[in-house]
Structures are given as structure tokens and as C-alpha cells.
Design a protein around this ligand. Structure first.
Ligand SMILES: [Zn+2]
Length: 289
């Protein structure tokens, strides 16, 4: 199966009250690890890369590896560009084979966000590519986008309704109190707000800042309408910690396979845990291409 758009995958998830886990990967091994996790559990999968990783690896390399994964496994797999503010890069990713893109214009005014998202919708719709947008501001640091926690504004439900009507955006990430990176205390998630937004729009909702949210809170957010959960930081930590552990024991190790194999295993284990929380295990067969 080729890579598919995440639109129908996420609509199915929303309708059936589960979320698809979306993993930010930075290396071939991380990509293979989340694919193996999906294969072992027969889960739909979204592979994501940030703008920084796209620049680091090249969108064509990433798209080629994700395409191999989809063809080999026959699983419903989408390839998503996370938090993009750079229009030409977004177009470049679509041309390279990305099947989903996030236009993040949340730092602009509502009107400007509508205008920028609509512009991306025109291009993406023609290519059959899913579009995600953000309303309000998710706190923390994502690549080079820094939002001071005090400025982290939550999404307004009225604006969510208007935004979806005016842009026709396929998936929406409303800021509801989560943050990027690892939480110092427990996250302060506004569940009532998720519930209100979900009751007013059918659009699949996206939970950003999924790393380190306690299990019961993830499940609650998913039950309220979050149909995609992004996991980035926790995955990087699992990957890096496994490598550090090898070097702590064997400081002279110089065969990359010796430290990449355990790093890959660590990412795979964590990915399966996150898929369990999302409730997407065994759901691959539900998604039509
Ligand atoms: Zn995010």
C-alpha cells in the first residue's frame, strides 16, 4: 500500500473514539522502530518530522523511507510534516511525497491564521494531502518556535467552529493546556474545553505535547475527541538514553549497529506503550486507503 492521507484515518479514529499515535522521528532507525511497533500491533501509523529534521535529512529521503515502510507492511501509514511556518518548504514536502502537513500560523492573528491555512488547503486539497492547523498556542519549545508559558493561550471554542467553517481544514490542534517538551509537574489540561470543542465540530482533534502526559489523562482526552496524539520528546529521550547506556558500559564501542539496535528497541517499546494508550492497537484494518 502506498502512503495514505491521514484524513480518513483520523476521521475513523474520531468516530470510533480512539487516537492514532503520531511519532516524530529523526533517524532511519527511529522510523523503522515505529513502523515495527505498528506492524507488531497492526495499528495505523503517522510518521512525522519537524521542519528541523526535514532540513537535516531531506524530505525526499524521509518520504522514500516512509514509502518503503508502507509498501512492505501494507499498513495504513501517513507521513506528516509537523509545525511548518515556511510555505515553500511545505510545498517541497508535498512534492516529495508527504501525505499530511501542518501549517502553524497560530502565532498570527486569527484572520491571518485563516488566510494562511486556506492558502495551504488550496494546494493540499489538489494533491489529496491532509492539512492540520493550530488554534491558540501550545506552550514550550518545538524546534525553533518558542512560546513563553505565560503567553500560552488556549483555543476559543467559538473560534474553532469559525476556523473550521472558513478554512475547511481537515484536522485541528486546539491548544488545551498541553506543552511541548517534558512537563515539570502534571500538565494542566482543560478537559471541559476539549469536550466543548469536540461537541461543536466533527473535525478530528490533535493533541500536541503528548510526551509525559499521565496515562489516565491521555485516555480522557482521547475519549473526549482527540483523534491524533503527537509524541516527540519522549521518543528522542528513549532513543538517546539507550545509546548513552551502551557507551557507559562500552566507551570504546565503534560499531553503530551495537548501539543503534538497542536504541531502536527502546523506541519500539515506547511506541507500543503509546499506541496502547491511544487505543489504536489492532485498528489498521478499519482504515480504508
Ligand atoms: Zn506540536
Amino acid at each position: 500500500m502506498p502512503l495514505i492521507s491521514s484524513t480518513q484515518m483520523l476521521q475513523t479514529a474520531r468516530k470510533n473514539n480512539y487516537a492514532v499515535a503520531a511519532f516524530n522521528v529523526h533517524t532511519l532507525e527511529m522510523l523503522q522502530a515505529v513502523v515495527e511497533a505498528a506492524q507488531e500491533t497492526q495499528s495505523p501509523l503517522i510518521i512525522q518530522s519537524t521542519v528541523g529534521t526535514v532540513k537535516h535529512l531531506g524530505p525526499d529521503y524521509i518520504a522514500a523511507a516512509a514509502t518503503v515502510a508502507a509498501n512492505r507492511t501494507g499498513l495504513p501509514i501517513a507521513l506528516h510534516l509537523d509545525h511548518c511556518t515556511d510555505f515553500p518548504l511545505l510545498v517541497q514536502c508535498i512534492r516529495a511525497g508527504y501525505t499530511s502537513v501542518m501549517i502553524d500560523a497560530s502565532m498570527h492573528t486569527f484572520e491571518e491564521n485563516v488566510a494562511r491555512t486556506s492558502k495551504v488547503m488550496e494546494i493540499a486539497a489538489a494533491a489529496g494531502v491532509n492539512v492540520e492547523a493550530e488554534l491558540g498556542k501550545v506552550g514550550g519549545v518545538e524546534d525553533d518556535i518558542v512560546v513563553d508559558e505565560r503567553d500560552a493561550l488556549l483555543a476559543d471554542p467559538d473560534e474553532c467552529v469559525q476556523f473550521v467553517e472558513r478554512t475547511g481544514v481537515n484536522t485541528l490542534a486546539p491548544a488545551i493546556g498541553t506543552a511541548h517538551g517534558i512537563y515539570k509537574g502534571d500538565p494542566n489540561i482543560d478537559f471541559a474545553r476539549i469536550g466543548e470543542i469536540a461537541s461543536r465540530i466533527e473535525t478530528p482533534l490533535v493533541l500536541h505535547g503528548g510526551s509525559g502526559i499521565p496515562a489516565d489523562q491521555v485516555k480522557r482526552a482521547v475519549s473526549l475527541g482527540m483523534a491524533k496524539m503527537n509524541i516527540a520528546t519522549e521518543l528522542r529521550i528513549a532513543f538517546s538514553d539507550a545509546i548513552k547506556a551502551i557507551f557507559a558500559q562500552y566507551p570504546d564501542e565503534n560499531d553503530p549497529r551495537k548501539y543503534m539496535v538497542p536504541a531502536k528497541e527502546a523506541v519500539k517499546r515506547l511506541a507500543i506503550e503509546k499506541m496502547e494508550l491511544c487505543g489504536c492497537i489492532g485498528k489498521a484494518g478499519e482504515v480504508k486507503s
